[in-house]
Each structure stands twice: as structure tokens, then as C-alpha cells.
Design a protein around this ligand. Structure first.
Ligand code: A3P
Length: 291
């Protein structure tokens, strides 16, 4: 896909979402660059918000993909499909949506209402590799060829990727979080991997669904982290088969689920180049990634 057609591909859905989506004060919006563990965040936030509605062994996550329970604002439109009716979603208390839009491009109602935004990102080296392999697996664009990794990496470092330069995406939400931490929660995959219990508590508090002492003593946080773990979600029949929108294979959302897998795909020179780029782009922001 050329750069201009990529921009067109991105902008139609963004314009559609801006026009059709009206956020409510109670909404939770999950925002990510693709392949930054949106799936995990969807499962966690859905479980946190609905834990008093469904016992863990009857959660809809056992029979529905996290992407069905927490719909994307704009995904259908990327594929030329219909704009979804987002007013009537099956589990509306609260409504949880996800998006890949940059902070500045979000529908005005998201920024202007009291709804809350949870952003998650990951080390760009891992995000690039995950995205590249996802494209190969789902056979779209030039990336369908595994041998094209060098070219794809070069473009990524120039900021040419679907959803634009990774540094703009990440810094947009990082700065919004610094300005208003009650509005934007900023998470990193590596931190969730390191201490999921602490992060689940943090997410629940931010969402306005904090765990009571009694719930903690009942082991509810452990149950949620177990249910939403990579192995647990990946092994569910619903996530092993089928697809989203007839295009993205459900199973392709659960590849390896590890930090640092980039070392198996990128040369030391590529990693060095990326580290320099990250240093220059994130300099002075206070933002750091573990590589
Ligand atoms: P890898 O390709 O590195 O394995 P997204 O959900 O934004 O599409 O991102 C997909 C990435 O998140 C994939 O990374 C996938 O394996 C990982 N992932 C999905 N569910 C996960 C989970 N429950 N825990 C940890 N990682 C998960």
C-alpha cells in the first residue's frame, strides 16, 4: 500500500467515527496502536466492569471474542463495511469501546465529555514485529511477504505505517495523560507483564470500579488475571477459530504474548537504529521503554 493510499485508508474511518460517535460521560475508551495488546486490555476491562453481573465461570468471554464484547469504533470502516450501530451494544454498563485513532483525531465528544480513556502501548520493537507478523498471517498488503521485513522496518522508522508515526501516537496520549491523569490512564505492556495484580487494581480504580477488600480476599483479582491471561484466552475455542469482519483471523490475535520477541526477527543494527530513534523522539518527554 503506498503512503497516500494508506492515508486515505485511515482517514475515511476516522471521519466516519468523528461524525457518528457520541461519547457518554460514563464511557470507557481503550486506545492503542494495533498490536499493542488491545485484546488483553479489552478482556481485562470487560471483566473488571462486569464482575458483579457474571460469575467468572459464566463470563461472556468464554464464548465471545473480546473484540465482539468491546467493539472498535472504526474498524469495520477500514474494510469498506458498514458503520456499526454503536448505540446498542450488548453490555452497556459501562459502554467500552476501542480505537486506534491518534489522540488529536478522536471524536470531539470523547475529549470534551467526562468519559475516560485507557491507552496501552508497548516497546516499539515488539509492536513492529507483532504488526508485521500479523500482516503476514492475515495476508494483507506488501507485508504478506515475510522477506519484506527490512523494507517494512525502514518505513516504520520513517513514520510510514498504518496509523502514522508510532512516536506521534504514543506521545499524543502520553502528553494528554500528563495534562489530565484523571482523564487518560497510560499503560505499558511490559508493566502488565511484570505485575498484573497491581495493574488490574490500578485499571479498576481508574474505571471507577475499585475492588473491595472482600473481593480481594475472595481472590477475584487472581481469577480475572487468570481468565484474561494469554494462555487462557488463546485456548478458548471461540478465539482459536473464526474471524473478525471476515478478514482478521481470531487466532492471529494470540501469537506469542511475550516481551522481547523482537530479538528473534531484527538484527542488532536494526535494534540500534530503533533505539536511537526512540531516544531522539522521546527525549525530554519522561517516557521510557524497556528494550
Ligand atoms: P505478539 O504478536 O507479540 O504475540 P492486539 O491485541 O493489539 O492486536 O495485540 C496483539 C498482541 O498482544 C500479540 O502480541 C498477542 O500475542 C498479544 N496478546 C494478546 N492477548 C494477550 C494476553 N492476554 N496477554 C498477553 N499478550 C496478549
Amino acid at each position: 500500500m503506498g503512503y497516500s493510499s494508506m492515508l486515505l485508508w485511515m482517514f475515511r474511518p476516522i471521519l466516519a467515527a468523528r461524525k457518528h460517535f457520541k461519547a457518554k460521560d460514563t464511557d470507557i475508551i481503550l486506545s492503542t496502536m494495533p498490536k499493542s495488546v488491545t485484546t488483553w486490555l479489552k478482556a481485562l476491562t470487560f471483566s473488571i466492569a462486569n464482575r458483579s453481573v457474571f460469575p467468572i465461570d459464566q463470563t461472556p468471554l468464554l464464548t465471545s471474542s473480546p473484540h465482539m464484547l468491546v467493539p472498535f469504533l472504526e474498524l469495520n470502516v477500514y474494510w469498506g463495511q458498514e458503520i456499526p450501530d454503536l448505540e446498542t451494544i450488548p453490555f452497556p454498563n459501562p459502554r467500552i469501546f476501542s480505537t486506534n485513532m491518534h489522540f488529536k483525531l478522536l471524536p470531539d465528544s470523547i475529549r470534551e465529555s467526562d468519559c475516560r480513556i485507557i491507552y496501552i502501548c508497548r516497546n516499539p520493537l515488539d509492536q513492529f514485529v507483532s504488526h508485521f507478523l500479523f500482516s503476514v498471517e492475515n495476508k494483507f498488503g506488501k507485508d504478506a511477504d515475510l522477506a519484506a521485513i527490512n523494507e517494512a522496518f525502514e518505513m516504520y522508522c520513517q513514520g510510514i505505517s498504518s496509523f502514522g508515526p508510532f512516536w506521534d501516537h504514543i506521545l499524543g496520549y502520553w502528553n494528554a495523560h500528563l495534562e489530565n491523569p484523571g482523564k487518560v490512564l497510560f499503560l505499558k505492556y511490559e508493566d502488565l507483564k511484570e505485575d498484573i495484580t497491581f495493574q488490574i487494581k490500578k485499571i479498576a480504580e481508574f474505571m471507577g470500579f475499585p475492588f473491595s477488600l472482600e473481593e480481594e480476599e475472595q481472590g477475584l483479582i487472581d481469577q480475572i488475571s487468570g481468565l484474561c491471561s494469554f494462555e487462557s484466552l488463546r485456548n478458548l475455542a471461540v478465539n482459536r477459530t473464526g474471524d473478525i469482519n471476515g478478514i482478521l483471523k481470531n487466532a492471529s490475535f494470540y501469537r506469542k504474548g511475550q516481551v522481547g520477541d523482537w530479538t528473534h526477527y531484527l538484527t542488532p543494527a536494526m535494534a540500534e537504529c530503533m533505539k536511537k530513534l526512540m531516544d531522539s523522539k522521546f527525549e525530554g518527554s519522561g517516557l521510557m521503554f524497556r528494550t
